[in-house]
Design a protein around this ligand. Structure first.
Ligand code: FAD
Ligand code: SF4
Length: 457
């Protein structure tokens, strides 16, 4: 049976007026009936173009077929063959530019809501008890550094292959950006912790509060008997604009602001985490990180302006997040670029900006923003959040001199993801710079494959 509906089955969401007063999840997830209704839109195309557009190659046609049959257990196992974090990916993957962009239904209507269905299956599975059997760990010891999606994906695949895997994490909590960066209202932390629990059941061990390169170094790990090491340390170093006034109290990087809110729970009324709230906040940038910081600031009770130097068309954030942000009351100042943070008694009192216009396309293919002369103006505000991207933290490189990095500080790897050091591999944001969850995962999986091939020789 096929459902000829041209549009996606709508996702139930929290009302905008209510949700800006809480940090609960915005999208509530499909009911069983909604999921099956949406699954019936899938045409089960023979060549599954959607699967070829998924960075980890989830067998989409088959998992959706199991939803149609009402066999959600089998649907989960079909996804889990290639994706160890489906509840996360179903929520935060940019499906519109990946699997859904190739869905045949998208030609004459909207594509099948593949991400929403993936989330439905993963949530259904999490709500039911399962006896996961740990595979026998008979092979060598492997160290994974960093517990973000890349490290978790690598650890999961290696554990399934029978390796004894230990994940070393600098923070006191596991999950990387999934926990300290992406806010609760988009990705509840219990979802990530549940996925981590599944890895523990597979036999993966986790050591928190260990900064590799400081607490212990790569040579010590090798001397401790780890046959291979996977570096998945992410890109946690924020970029700034280098404009006057960026040192003032009331200027945060998005990373710091979000870490205080998410990891250190500053959003909870009983929290003792210090955070400046701001009556009027300017968030500079237009990516997912900017949207997360801006929508968090709204929930902290501020009026929020998103200051972006290009136009709405070029906004790199996910469309759904932009729409949700607009519904919640974000004010967008497009074609606007800050040139100075203004001060009063050591604190922020405003953001001096210039107006921009779009010129010819630059190397990225996007039209280059150019300053309009004599267009200076001031946005009154008492908090500025810089969301301009991140690069890898240089600490690991500083204490591992023979680890080759490029001019952006990214770890250099060969086609098998091996670094300049024998049996030391790297992937995720640490090698690519800030990217996406699914790309970081796909590299973790690739590294697991390379490590297994090397150690099996
Ligand atoms: P991370 O997730 O950064 O994990 C690295 C881990 O390594 C961290 O836990 C860190 O503490 C640890 N670490 C670092 N150095 C050391 C060390 N020396 N020793 C031990 N541990 C160390 N992507 C999407 O696909 N969709 C989204 O909607 C999305 N939204 C985002 C929102 C925000 C606010 C941010 C910041 C990013 C977002 N991204 C999104 C990007 C995505 O989260 C990252 O691309 C992804 O998390 C990278 O995974 P990773 O495992 O390489 O690194
Ligand atoms: Fe189903 Fe769309 Fe994939 Fe075809 S392309 S198998 S219709 S999800």
């Amino acid at each position: 049976m096929i459902n000829n509906q041209k549009t996606k089955t709508p996702m139930p969401i929290q009302d905008a007026k209510l949700r800006i007063k809480n940090f609960d999840e915005v999208a509530l997830g499909y009911t069983l009936e909604q999921a099956q209704n949406e699954a019936l839109r899938c045409l089960s195309c023979k060549n599954s173009p959607c699967t070829s557009a998924c960075p980890v190659g989830v067998n989409i046609k088959d998992f959706i077929a199991f939803i149609k049959q009402g066999d959600f257990e089998k649907a989960y196992h079909e996804i889990a063959k290639t994706n160890c974090l489906p509840a996360v990916c179903g929520r935060v993957c940019p499906q519109e530019t990946q699997c859904e962009s190739k869905c045949v239904c998208g030609i004459k209507g909207q594509p099948v809501a593949i991400g929403r269905l993936e989330r439905f299956v993963a949530d259904w599975y999490a709500q039911h008890e399962h006896n996961l059997k740990a595979p026998l760990s008979t092979k060598q010891k492997i160290a994974v550094v960093g517990s973000g999606p890349s490290g978790l994906a690598c650890a999961g695949d290696l554990a399934k292959l029978g390796y004894k895997v230990t994940v070393f994490e600098a923070l006191h909590t596991l999950g990387g950006v999934l926990v300290y960066g992406i806010p609760h209202f988009r990705l509840p932390k219990e979802i990530v912790f549940k996925e981590v629990e599944n890895l523990k059941k597979l036999g993966v061990e986790f050591c928190c509060d260990v900064v590799v390169g400081k607490t212990l170094d790569v040579d010590e790990l090798k001397n401790d008997g780890f046959s291979a090491i996977y570096l998945a340390t992410g890109a946690g170093l924020p970029k700034f604009m280098n404009i006057k006034g960026e040192h003032l109290s009331g200027v945060y990087s998005a990373n710091e602001y979000l870490t205080r809110i998410n990891l250190m729970k500053a959003y909870q009324p009983t929290s003792t985490t210090p955070i400046l709230k701001g009556k009027k906040v300017c968030v500079v940038g237009g990516g997912n990180v900017a949207m997360d910081a801006a929508r968090s600031a709204l929930r902290m009770g501020s009026e929020v302006h998103v200051v972006y130097r290009r136009s709405e068309k070029e906004l790199p954030a996910r469309k759904e997040e932009i729409e949700h942000g607009k519904e919640e009351g974000l004010i967008f100042d497009f074609l606007t670029n800050p040139i100075e943070v203004l001060e009063k008694d050591g604190f922020v009192r405003g953001l001096k900006c210039v107006k921009m216009q779009l010129g010819a396309p630059d190397q990225s293919g996007r039209r280059r923003p150019e300053v309009i002369e004599n267009s200076q103006f001031i946005i009154d505000c008492d908090l500025v959040i810089m969301a301009l991207g991140t690069s890898p933290n240089p600490l690991l490189k500083t204490n591992t001199p023979n680890l080759e990095t490029d001019k952006w500080g990214c770890i250099v790897v060969d086609e098998n993801l091996q670094t300049s050091i024998e049996n030391v591999y790297a992937g995720g944001d640490a090698t690519t710079g800030s990217a996406t969850v699914i790309l970081a995962m796909s590299q973790g999986k690739k590294a697991a494959k390379s490590i297994n091939e090397k150690l099996s020789k």
